[in-house]
Design a protein around this ligand. Structure first.
Ligand SMILES: C[S@@+](CC[C@H](N)C(=O)[O-])C[C@H]1O[C@@H](n2cnc3c(N)ncnc32)[C@H](O)[C@@H]1O
Length: 534
């Protein structure tokens, strides 16, 4: 064995689920707060309008099935709990879409409260302050809770002060009266797991050794989580392993199925699901998306699982274990037809999909027929080939993605170039102008994000609609503050609207912000001389 003299062992031979790695993970998210999503942790695939559309459709159909089954108590809301809501982008899209669908389907009398949760107060504070959520908060549609997936047994709602609990010592209003809906995206891959190996008839559990470079250690913790090294050794084990009837039953199921190979066991997620089942009075609908597998687990069993680092770290999620758990607890499940890109599954306790026709129909449509995984694949394809795309294709793709600002921003240069081309049809430019508002209302601010509002303004400036351009430049300033280029463009808009004084003002501010802004200075001289001539 070769020893690395620069290496520092943080923890040796500890059951993976009990290792310090999960606390390091939480430290990362707590320290970073909202900045975790400024290019460090990937989140686009779970935070766009089209995945929200899929979820919202499934949720609304689930509501309808509950009404048809006469298990909806109209005096109480449905609670929709999102675990590890992160940046809040997905929450923003899904609430918006739920309200649109409620209105379209004349279901506005169904009450729901959406609860964004995370373990760190830093994220919760960010959401509470975010202006995109203020009207939902005022209407009582949105609440927040600090909820740690690994440990918490109750959901304490911050705004209404209600507690959702299974504890019989709590007051009666702590029990949820309607089935509980839980949404979990990119969270089960973030919380504790174990690895098991079946080898030559032996059943073995993985022990983790955590180490890092000496100069990456402070207070016995890694400074940069990405430089954490996680290595495994294996120890002979027996079932019962967890001393928990349901967990051990799932484990036995695997042990009996695998002759030789590894499997990941999402123990932290399963324990959380158990607590949520209790809170829900065993009427639960869980919709979850993660990097993981639900179909071809055997393909993944050949290689030792590992941690993947991307700011934080993640491990694949074996959705089959979750399905097995639900089956044992009187439930049902549906896995998306493919595990490519992102795996989405729906799990039910207290319900059977066969007797939930609305939900089943929505699940088949939005996970399989034309769901977010399909749209994401198309997105990747279009991203690679977009230099050959026409404006017509981009327009239809924007519609397919439910007017996704990210798609708009990533095609923006192309859109502008094509508008300038003499071959572009006026009708398609008009269509684009018409749908800009739909993109604008899908804008959700997070620090260091691309300024969609600026791009929309620039689009209108490019097609000569200067009033609209100014409207969006002002909106952009509201979020991102004043900068020289925005002010310069506003100066141009005012000039072409025949408002030279306002134009001068704007160019003046641009020069104040950037004294070397030659073009702004040039416009000031030109306008001043034009004014003198009049
Ligand atoms: C990978 S991010 C996913 C965020 C969001 N759901 C998304 O799809 O972009 C994981 C989120 O889970 C939160 N988290 C990590 N450990 C947690 C735990 N033990 N309990 C609750 N939330 C946790 C983090 O703060 C972070 O917001």
């Amino acid at each position: 064995m070769v020893y690395d003299l620069n290496s520092f062992v943080l923890q040796k031979d500890t059951l993976l689920s009990e290792s310090k790695s999960w606390q390091y993970q939480k430290d990362f998210f707590n320290d970073q707060g909202i900045n975790a999503w400024a290019g460090k942790v990937p989140f686009y695939i779970t935070s766009n309008p089209y995945i929200a559309n899929s979820y919202a459709n499934i949720i609304i159909r689930f509501f309808q099935d509950c009404i048809h089954k006469d298990i909806y108590n109209p005096s109480e809301p449905f609670y929709i709990i999102e675990l590890g809501a992160g940046s809040g982008t997905f929450s923003f899209y899904v609430i918006k879409r739920l309200l649109e669908l409620q209105k379209a389907l004349y279901l506005t009398d169904i009450k729901f409260v959406y609860v964004m949760t995370d373990f760190t107060d830093n994220n919760i504070q960010y959401w509470q302050d975010h202006r995109a959520f203020h009207s939902y908060i005022e209407k009582g549609l949105l609440d927040f809770a600090r909820f740690d997936v690994e440990t918490d047994t109750e959901i304490n709602l911050i705004r209404s002060n209600k507690v959702l609990s299974a504890d019989t010592r709590r007051p009666m209003n702590s029990y949820v009266k309607n089935p509980l809906i839980v949404l979990a995206n990119y969270i089960f891959d973030t919380v504790s797991q174990d690895i098991f190996r079946v080898s030559q008839g032996k059943f073995q559990a993985a022990l983790a050794t955590l180490s890092t470079q000496k100069d990456n250690v402070q207070d016995n913790k890694p400074i940069e989580l990405e430089q954490l090294k996680v290595e495994f050794s294996y120890v002979d084990s027996n079932i019962p392993f967890y001393q928990d009837q349901h967990l051990d039953a799932v484990l036995s199921h695997y042990q009996n199925q695998i002759d030789d190979g590894y499997f990941l066991f999402p123990v932290g997620s399963l324990r959380c699901i158990r607590r949520l089942m209790d809170i829900s009075n065993h009427k639960l609908c869980l919709i979850t998306s993660d990097k993981g597998y639900s179909r071809y687990g055997d393909l993944h069993q050949q290689e030792e699982p590992c941690c993947t680092f991307h700011g934080s770290f993640s491990m694949m999620v074996d959705f089959r274990a979750i399905a097995q758990y639900f089956k044992q607890c009187g439930g049902d499940y549906y896995h998306q037809f493919t595990e490519q890109s992102l795996n989405t599954s729906v799990f039910l306790q207290g319900f059977d999909l066969q007797t939930m026709p609305e939900t089943r129909q929505a699940v088949e449509t939005f996970l399989d027929a034309f769901g977010h995984a399909t749209v994401f694949r198309l997105y990747e394809h279009i991203n690679l080939t977009k230099s050959f795309s026409t404006l017509e294709t981009l327009l239809t793709f924007l519609s397919t993605t439910q007017w996704d600002p990210h798609v708009f921003n990533s095609s923006f240069d192309l859109i502008i170039n094509q508008i300038r081309s003499e071959y572009t049809s006026h009708a398609v430019v008009k269509d684009l102008a018409f749908i800009m508002e739909k993109i604008a209302v899908n804008f959700y601010y997070i620090p260091y994000s691309i300024d969609t509002l600026f791009n929309i303004a620039l689009f209108f400036q490019e097609i000569g609609e200067y009033e609209k351009a100014l409207h969006y430049y002002y909106q952009s300033i509201n979020y991102y503050g004043k900068n020289d280029v925005t002010l310069y463009n506003m100066g141009l808009c005012h000039y072409f609207l025949n408002k030279p004084e306002r134009a001068l003002e704007m160019f003046g501010v641009a020069v104040k912000l950037n004294p070397n802004y030659i073009m702004a200075r040039g416009w000031i001289s030109q306008i001043e001389s034009e004014m003198c001539e009049q």
